[in-house]
Design a binder for this molecule. Structure first.
Ligand code: HXC
Length: 508
């Protein structure tokens, strides 16, 4: 009996050793943690239950039978984050570069299937050289099995990918189909083809970091949501992030006690809007003063800054925030901001997270570049996302809500549940100057000035919209948190269903 126990312990030790001391040292030398060290940081202490520790690859080519490492390059199982169940896989770069074999893929698929059955998030810690080259098509099949599950899990359980090393070739497509991607600066990168292939095909010379590093993907491409300095920072942020996420699409949002009074008054908001309509202000001020304890987990902060998205809590319950940012491009909607917010709105809707929208938008960004790049179709994404969303939607217009962008930003007409405006709101087809230049084009300057003043007096306020019932109430800025909290409380049991359909056809 004791021998059997010892043999088991030896097997466990062999699996825990991964690719061996030399490769572990190389991993550390790159500033990276090992697969197991990462799980130690990410999961609650002692909560990890490993599965499939003894799985081995089944490759018989290229001398592979002599190179077998139990676990086959990925550590899988379940654990808790602040007491809440999650399923995890953590690729072990010290074993064949974390490359994905048929069996490695089967392990990932198994925990994805379990997560789907019990309704828990899937968190992937990716550090992999891609398809296991020795296995050929078996490995490609393995990837496709994972992809298929990513798609079936989408909208059912939250999926978060941390990219903590290379992620090349088809390997990028599994993270790309998950809900959120976090990257680590200087040690992680994602690309379909690496710098060498790029050089051969297009003659462009580019480094790995420039082509697909964390900065590139969180600023230019928007493939990733957040960039962190190192593994530990990324893993701890992921723990905080998971706290905001519902377990699944039927669980409802997580709730926790909050000491922050729901009716907290914020006098500073009464002077947030500058005297001149053209002067910017930082919309983050309103966001943090509305949320519990000022805690806001912003996503994609370095991309399309003209719109702000992220999670916070009100009365201890998760809300999604979407807000125009007057400090960037005057808060205009353009292609990037529309895409950024649309995907976020859809995530919130899929997981029953109420959406709070703060509006200060002068319209869609004009320009040849925007038109030729398809602002019509991309802007429609946000419109579509808000219109199909059935979760509680509360909107607060702080200043401008002009033109089509007024409609788009969770207006009453798109089934906004509570549409508030501050007294400083201006809700109109366009700004007074632009409007008068069109309808009184041939008039002399004096009349144009008079008409502009007339247009401003008539439309640069929230009361025309309020008189039609498009705005439910004009509220004092300092009471925004109280109004939003009360609204969310009343909307907690909201029931709204869209007509039956197989699925919609959002303008992709
Ligand atoms: C098998 C691999 C591997 C792979 C790395 N290794 N990638 N083994 N299959 N794909 C092994 C190496 O042989 C080495 O083994 C160990 O992992 C570490 O690799 P190094 O090259 O020494 O590390 P480093 O210098 O850090 O470079 C990492 C790397 C590089 C950039 C990831 O290894 C690399 O370019 N790998 C190949 C990437 C690739 O082309 N993958 C296939 C993509 S196509 P030892 O024994 O020396 O420790 C693809 C198709 C999927 O993924 C399609 C799905 C739709």
């Amino acid at each position: 009996m004791l021998e059997a126990l010892e043999a088991l312990e030896q097997r466990r030790e062999a699996a825990r050793a991964g690719g061996g001391e030399k490769r572990v040292a190389a991993q550390h030398a790159k500033g990276k943690l090992t697969a197991r060290e990462r799980l130690d940081v990410f999961l609650d202490e002692g909560s990890f239950e490993e599965l499939d520790m003894y799985v081995e690859h089944n490759c018989v080519d290229f001398g592979m039978p002599a190179q077998v490492v139990p676990g086959d390059g990925v550590v899988t199982g379940s654990g808790t984050v602040n007491g809440r169940l999650v399923y995890v896989f953590s690729q072990d770069f010290t074993v064949f570069g974390g490359s994905l074999s048929e069996r490695h893929a089967q392990k990932i698929c198994k925990i994805m299937d379990m997560a789907m059955k019990v309704g828990a998030p899937v968190i992937g810690l990716n550090d992999s050289g891609g398809a296991r080259i020795q296995e050929g098509v078996a490995s490609l099949g393995g990837y496709a099995e994972v992809f298929q599950r990513n798609v079936l899990a989408s909208g059912v359980v939250p999926q978060l990918s941390l990219i903590m090393g290379p992620c090349a070739g088809g390997a990028v497509y599994s993270p790309a189909m998950t809900d959120f991607i976090f990257m680590v600066k200087d040690s992680s990168y994602m690309f379909v083809t690496g710098p060498d292939v790029v050089k051969t095909v297009t003659n462009e010379v580019v480094t790995q970091e420039e082509l697909g590093g964390a900065i590139t993907h969180t600023t230019k491409s928007s493939v990733a949501d957040c960039a962190f300095e190192n593994d530990i920072e990324a893993l701890l942020a992921a723990r905080d992030f998971v706290d905001f996420l519902p377990a699944n699409n039927r669980s409802g949002v997580p709730a926790r006690p909050s000491d922050d009074p729901w009716d907290r008054i914020e006098p500073s908001l009464d002077t947030l809007i500058p005297p001149s309509a053209n002067q910017p202000y930082d919309m983050h001020e309103l966001i943090v003063r509305t949320l519990d304890d000022g805690e806001f987990f912003e996503l994609q902060p370095a991309h399309a800054g003209n719109i702000i998205i992220g999670f916070g809590r009100i009365e201890g319950r998760t809300v999604g925030i979407v807000a125009n940012q007057p400090m960037v491009l005057a808060g205009c909607l353009d292609i990037n901001s529309s895409k950024k917010a649309a995907r976020f709105v859809r995530f919130c809707d899929a997981f029953e997270i109420p959406i709070v929208t703060f509006v200060d938008v002068p319209g869609f960004l004009p320009g040849v570049g925007q038109e030729h790049s398809g602002i019509i179709k991309h802007g429609a994404k946000l419109l579509f996302a808000y219109a199909e969303a059935t979760v509680p939607k509360i909107t607060v217009i702080t200043r401008k809500a002009y033109g089509g962008a007024y409609d788009v930003m969770a207006s009453k007409h798109l089934r906004g549940d509570l549409n508030y405006a501050w007294p400083t709101a201006e809700i109109a087809v366009m700004g007074a100057k632009g409007a008068v230049e069109i309808i009184f084009r041939s008039k002399d300057p004096e009349e144009v000035a008079a008409r502009t003043a007339e247009y401003e007096a008539r439309f640069a306020n929230p009361f025309v919209a309020a008189s039609k019932g498009f705005i439910d109430e004009v509220i004092l800025p300092h009471s925004t948190r109280r109004r939003v909290a009360l609204g969310l409380r009343k909307l907690r049991n909201k029931k709204l269903e869209n007509p039956w359909k197989k699925h919609d056809n959002i303008p992709l």
